[in-house]
Design a protein around this ligand. Structure first.
Ligand code: SF4
Ligand code: SF4
Ligand code: SF4
Length: 297
């Protein structure tokens, strides 16, 4: 008899997008649930179970932004055998990690003005900065994407079932490997921004070679090159390819170097002058995983 797999699904601070992807996964899982191969033991979006004793796998989305996130991440980690950081926020910090460029005090006063401390005392306190799960708890597997494509979630679950290691599940394929646009090994001579120069839809030329900062050459495959197929440069939501044993910092440095090398800018122009927002361009999702993950004052 096949061993029943017990599953936990939950989210920390995020935008709910990962929850939608996880919900889309439920339908294909229904067969296995009916055959008694999978049991969802805790999932606040689906069940009213308030707790659980133990589970084989937890799919945990969202990043650690406040004291409640930290408590919940530790609580789930203690009770499960395999913790899967699900989505860009959990895996590398995610897009709201760009808030790490400000102190939490500046963020709160920027949005809410003067804080009513009586109310503020009743809600979980913000931590100094947004963190991906790996900074606080041990993570076994990851599911990239903002949000992850449900096929990517299914692929990771299948890999876990087959006993594969994380790098064996994803190999080192990039968005370029899935992209139908044509690369001709040509360099661009100018950095273009979609907002100033809309992409010509009639051409099938690689966006990077046209001059748009497409992060496809370094970004992990899995989304089916969703954005470039629609004429929009990849902004790296699946995270960069990280070789076994390599740090996120190396992967970020490699990405910046390889994208920079795709341009031949004539002096006195400089590529770093042409890229208006280096952190926003190259670290939109991954800043909280960089060795300096936040502003230091
Ligand atoms: S990874 Fe993206 S979709 Fe998922 S919670 Fe974070 S911001 Fe939302
Ligand atoms: S458009 Fe982007 S993803 Fe497609 S081939 Fe060019 S660099 Fe790669
Ligand atoms: S093309 Fe890039 S930004 Fe778009 S979904 Fe895929 S990985 Fe994310």
């Amino acid at each position: 008899m096949v061993k029943k797999i017990s599953l936990v699904i939950d989210e920390l601070t995020g935008c709910e997008g990962c929850k939608m992807s996880l919900l889309e996964l439920i339908e294909p899982l229904l067969d296995s649930i009916m055959r008694d191969e999978i049991e969802i033991v805790y999932a606040p979006i689906l069940l009213d179970a308030e707790s659980f004793d133990h589970a084989d796998i937890a799919l945990l989305a969202g990043s650690i932004r406040n004291s409640e996130d930290l408590e919940k991440a530790r609580w789930i980690r203690e009770k499960v055998d395999i913790l899967v950081a699900t989505g860009a926020c959990a895996y590398i910090g995610g897009i709201h990690g760009l808030g790490n460029l400000f102190t939490w005090r500046d963020l709160v006063s920027g949005v809410f003005g003067n804080v009513n401390h009586e109310v503020a005392d009743e809600i979980p306190s913000l931590l100094e900065y947004t963190k991906p799960l790996w900074r606080e708890v041990n993570v076994d597997y990851f599911i990239p994407g903002c949000p992850p494509n449900p096929d990517t979630i299914a692929k990771v679950l299948d890999g876990i079932k087959r006993g594969l290691k994380p790098h064996e599940i994803f190999e080192a394929r990039t968005v370029c490997d899935e992209c139908p646009l044509k690369r001709e090994e040509k360099s661009a001579s100018k950095v273009l921004r979609v907002i100033d120069t809309p992409v010509e839809q009639s051409t099938d030329r690689c966006l990077l070679e046209q001059g748009y900062l497409c992060l496809g050459p370094s970004t992990l495959a899995g989304c089916g090159a969703l954005c470039p197929k629609k004429g929009v440069p990849c902004i790296g939501c699946y995270g960069f390819v990280v070789k076994p044993g390599e740090s996120f910092d190396n992967a970020i440095a490699r990405t910046i170097a390889s994208i920079g090398a795709s341009f031949k800018i004539e002096p006195p122009e400089r590529i770093d002058d042409e890229i208006l927002d280096t952190i926003g361009t190259f670290m939109k999702f991954i800043l909280p995983s960089f060795f300096i993950p936040r502003i230091i004052k």
